[in-house]
Ligand binder design. Structure first.
Ligand SMILES: Nc1ncnc2c1ncn2[C@@H]1O[C@H](COP(=O)(O)OP(=O)(O)OP(=O)(O)O)[C@@H](O)[C@H]1O
Ligand SMILES: [Mg+2]
Length: 419
C-alpha cells in the first residue's frame, strides 16, 4: 500500500497534522474497495484532493474520473446532466444525450457540494447507489452503470436532513465512510509551513524574492481564525507577495491583510450561520453586485434628468457631483481593506453620532458599525430580490438572470428569507 507521505507528495498535499494524515490514510485504505465516501470539512480545507487520491489508487484508475459541482448546475438541467436525456424529452432536447453516470461507467464520479442536490435528483441518485440503475430523462428504459461515488460537502448535513432538504437514507448511503478534513485553525503547526510553500511558489511565479515573516508575524499568522482555510491562506500569501515592497514582513504589515482580525469572526452575520456555506469572497461579490446595481439606478436617474432638463447647467453640475460621489464611494467600499478601524477614526465617528462612549467601548463600536453595514447589506439583498421577483412576476429564472446569480442561489435565498 502506498505510504501516506508518498501520497501527499504525489498530490501536492502539504502538512503533517495527525488529522490530515489520518484523512489521507483513510483515503488510501478505502481506495481499492467500491465503498461510497463522503468528504466533509469547511470551505477551502482541500476536499478536492481526496476523491482524486481514491480514484488514482483504485482499480478504476484507467476509467473516467468526472467531478461534478452539484451547486453550480441549474436545478432544471441537473437530472439531464447526470443521467442523460432522450431526444424530445424537453424543449431544446434535439438529440439523445448520455449523462455522467453513463459516461463514467467503470470509473469514479465526484459529487462536490452534494448537499445542493435537488430532492428529485436525490431519489435518482439513491437508486444508482442501491442497484446501479438509472433512467434517462424522458425515457422509460432502465440502464445499468458501475460507478464509484465520492461526494463532498461543506454544509452540516444533519441540519439539511432536519430541514428536509436532504434525504436521510441517501446520506447514510453516501457516507459509508466519512473522511473529515480538519480546519486550518486546528492545524496550527501546518500554517507557517503552508505559508512558506505558497510564498515560494508566488516568488517563482512573479519573479520576485520570497517574502519572509518575522517571528511576531508567524505568531499572528498562527493565531488567526482562517475561516476560508487554505484557500484564504494562499490568497493572502499571494497578495503580500505581490504588494509588499519590503520582503521582510512584520506583524503590523501582515495585520493589514487579515480581515476581521479583531473579533476573529467571519464577516458574514447570518441568522443561519451553521449551515450557511457563504464564504467571505461570495459576500464581497454580493456587495459589489448590489453596489453596482444602485450605481446603475443612480445613473439611470441621472440620464432621465438629463433628458428632461436638456442642457440645464445646474443639473449638469449636480450630476457631475453625483458621478464623483459614486466613484468616491466605490473606492472606499471596494478597495478599503476590511481591517479594524483606527482609534482616531472611531472617535471621529463617535463624535458625529454624539454618543458618549468610554475608551473600552470604542472597539465594540467599530464592530457595531461593521455589523450594521452587513445588516443593511442583507436588507438591500432582500429588497433587490423582492423587487426583481415582482418585476418578473415570480419567475425565478428571469429574476436570477437579472440579479446575476444562479437560479439555485436565488432559490436558496427565497427559502432563507421566507419569501
Ligand atoms: N494540504 C494542502 N496543501 C497544499 N494546498 C492545499 C492543501 N489543501 C488545500 N490546498 C489548496 O487550497 C485550495 C482549496 O482547496 P479545495 O478546493 O480542495 O477546497 P475545498 O475543501 O474543496 O473547499 P470548498 O468546500 O470551498 O469547495 C486549493 O487551491 C488547494 O490546492
Ligand atoms: Mg471544493
Amino acid at each position: 500500500m502506498e505510504s501516506v507521505q508518498a501520497t501527499k507528495q504525489r498530490f501536492g498535499i502539504i502538512g503533517n497534522d495527525p488529522k490530515l494524515n489520518r484523512a489521507v490514510e483513510k483515503s488510501i485504505q478505502v481506495a481499492p474497495t467500491d465503498i461510497s465516501v463522503l468528504v466533509t470539512g469547511e470551505s477551502g480545507v482541500g476536499k478536492e484532493s481526496i476523491p482524486k487520491i481514491i480514484h488514482s489508487l483504485s482499480h478504476r484508475k484507467h476509467g473516467k474520473y468526472i467531478a461534478v459541482n452539484c451547486g453550480a448546475i441549474p436545478e432544471g438541467t441537473i437530472d439531464s446532466e447526470l443521467f442523460g436525456h432522450e431526444k424530445g424529452a424537453f424543449t431544446g432536447a434535439t438529440q439523445t444525450r448520455s449523462g455522467y453516470f453513463e459516461v463514467a461507467d467503470g470509473g469514479t464520479i465526484f459529487l462536490d457540494e452534494v448537499g445542493e442536490l435537488p430532492l428529485t435528483t436525490q431519489v435518482r441518485l439513491l437508486r444508482v447507489l442501491e442497484n446501479g440503475e438509472f433512467i434517462k430523462v424522458g425515457s422509460s428504459k432502465v440502464q445499468k452503470t458501475d460507478v464509484r461515488i465520492v461526494a463532498a460537502t461543506n454544509v452540516n448535513m444533519f441540519e439539511a436532513i432536519k430541514k428536509e432538504r436532504f434525504r436521510e437514507d441517501l446520506y447514510y448511503r453516501l457516507s459509508t465512510v466519512e473522511i473529515l478534513l480538519p480546519p486550518l485553525r486546528e492545524r496550527k503547526d501546518d500554517i507557517h509551513l503552508l505559508f512558506r510553500k505558497f510564498a515560494s511558489d508566488f516568488a517563482t511565479k512573479y519573479k520576485m524574492p520570497t517574502i519572509r515573516l518575522s517571528d511576531e508575524a508567524v505568531i499572528l499568522l498562527e493565531k488567526y481564525h482562517w475561516s476560508g482555510n487554505i484557500r484564504q491562506l494562499r490568497n493572502i500569501a499571494e497578495q503580500i507577495s505581490v504588494l509588499e515592497q519590503n520582503r521582510a514582513i512584520t506583524a503590523a504589515s501582515l495585520h493589514g491583510y487579515l480581515p476581521n482580525m479583531g473579533n476573529n469572526l467571519p464577516a458574514v452575520i447570518s441568522s443561519d450561520k451553521k449551515e450557511s456555506n457563504f464564504s467571505n469572497e461570495r459576500e464581497i461579490l454580493y456587495k459589489v453586485l448590489f453596489d453596482m446595481k444602485s450605481d446603475l439606478n443612480d445613473l439611470k436617474k441621472l440620464t432621465m434628468e438629463l433628458m428632461q432638463n436638456g442642457n440645464n447647467q445646474q443639473v449638469q453640475k449636480d450630476n457631475e457631483g453625483l458621478i464623483q460621489k459614486i466613484y468616491q464611494e466605490k473606492e472606499e467600499t471596494h478597495f478599503e481593506k476590511p481591517v479594524r478601524k483606527p482609534t482616531s477614526e472611531v472617535l471621529e465617528i463617535q463624535s458625529q453620532n454624539t454618543i458618549q462612549r468610554t475608551e473600552d467601548d470604542k472597539y465594540h463600536f467599530a464592530e457595531e458599525i461593521e455589523e450594521e453595514e452587513t445588516l443593511s447589506l442583507h436588507d438591500k439583498e432582500l429588497e433587490l430580490i423582492k423587487k426583481s421577483l415582482e418585476r418578473h412576476r415570480g419567475k425565478r429564472k428571469a429574476a436570477a438572470e437579472e440579479l446575476g446569480i444562479s437560479e439555485r442561489t436565488l432559490y436558496r435565498k427565497i427559502k432563507q428569507y421566507d419569501l
